[in-house]
Design a protein around this ligand. Structure first.
Ligand code: DGY
Length: 323
């Protein structure tokens, strides 16, 4: 029987590409150039499976086709707000993602950002690299203590829970959780967390707020000027979820007028283009979407895609189907 034809839209870890090539009739993207909507339209006429990732916008322009050959989009990444599930569903295409395997590394990075903004690590590093450091002094780059403070987590899914674990068991932080659905008491108990009913209730109670909810239209500007205004004056906002979750204009306003202590972002609305005004703010730590960027997580994500593909082509329900 002919092997399924599979297109990988970006460069993947070598070990995963090798395994894919063993199993499927694979076209790799050795140049690592993102596909255009035109490329994508051509691909869904040709390949049985496409393996996209967060940089591939899969909406109406990419999906214009009466009878696609593609039967599965096996996404490399846990977030899938870049895929228009309605339109994909109209073509009968199955979509899968890669949960679990990146939760710990993404939470590690959220904790990195939290510590960096609280302890002014970005400012300190810039000072040394630019030759501006004049030596130790009691008033130099004084930051905010993290241990024992209150952390609010928006989105108490797998990554949110890993963040809570690090903050509570590593730093003795008190955990408040906001989640759309009720969180099981035994899950909350693992970090002695308390679930609150709304983000509005959460914001004024926290020294740090970390976002771990999905992106997409439903959560666009979930953190807006009204909610930023509810934060404590010295509080910090951390975002490793999706850029669109924060209204960046409102965030800039809060940073300029110092109504919050600062923010630490791994994701940006419209990335990789970054609002130049964000770059100018010293109350901001920024990383280029590194949440899952460890060798271990990136390989595990790829192997998880392979599991989903093998199940699908063997006629089994893929474990990570999202539509
Ligand atoms: C995801 O998986 O959705 C991340 O943003 C990339 O790891």
């Amino acid at each position: 029987m002919a092997r399924p034809r599979v297109l990988v839209t970006r460069r993947w870890p070598a070990a995963v590409e090798a395994r894919l090539s063993d199993i499927f009739d694979v076209r790799l993207n050795t140049a690592d150039r993102p596909l255009t909507p035109t490329d994508f339209r051509a691909a869904i006429r040709e390949y049985d499976a496409i393996l996209p990732t967060v940089t591939d916008r899969i909406g109406a322009p990419a999906l214009e086709c009466d009878r696609p050959q593609t039967r599965i989009l096996a996404n490399y990444g846990v977030g899938y707000s870049h895929i228009d599930l309605n339109r994909v569903g109209q073509h009968g295409i199955v979509v899968t993602n890669t949960p679990d395997v990146l939760s710990e590394c993404t939470a590690d990075l959220a904790m990195t950002l939290l510590l960096m903004i609280a302890r002014r690590a970005g400012e300190g590093e810039r000072e040394i690299r630019e030759g501006r450091w004049t030596g130790w002094r009691p008033t130099h780059l004084v930051g905010t203590k993290v241990s024992g403070k209150t952390l609010g987590i928006v989105g108490y899914g797998r990554i949110g829970q890993e963040m809570a674990r690090r903050a509570h068991h590593g730093f003795g932080m008190k955990i408040l959780a906001y989640n759309r659905s009720p969180v099981a008491p035994e899950i909350l108990a693992q970090c002695n967390a308390t679930q609150v009913d709304s983000i509005d209730e959460l914001m004024p109670l926290c020294d740090f707020v970390s976002l771990h909810c999905p992106g997409g239209a439903q959560n666009r500007h979930l953190i807006n000027s009204a909610r930023l205004a509810l934060m404590r004056p010295g509080a910090f906002l951390v975002n490793t979820a999706r850029g669109e979750v924060i209204d960046e204009a409102a965030l800039l306003h809060a940073l300029w007028f110092e109504t919050i202590g600062g923010a630490a972002l791994d994701v940006f609305d419209g990335e990789p283009d970054i609002n130049p005004q964000l770059v100018a703010s010293d109350r901001l730590v920024m990383l280029p979407h590194l949440g899952s960027a460890t060798r271990e997580a990136r390989e595990a994500m790829g192997f998880r895609v392979i599991d989903n593909l093998q199940d699908f082509f063997a006629g089994r329900e893929p474990r990570d189907r999202v539509n």
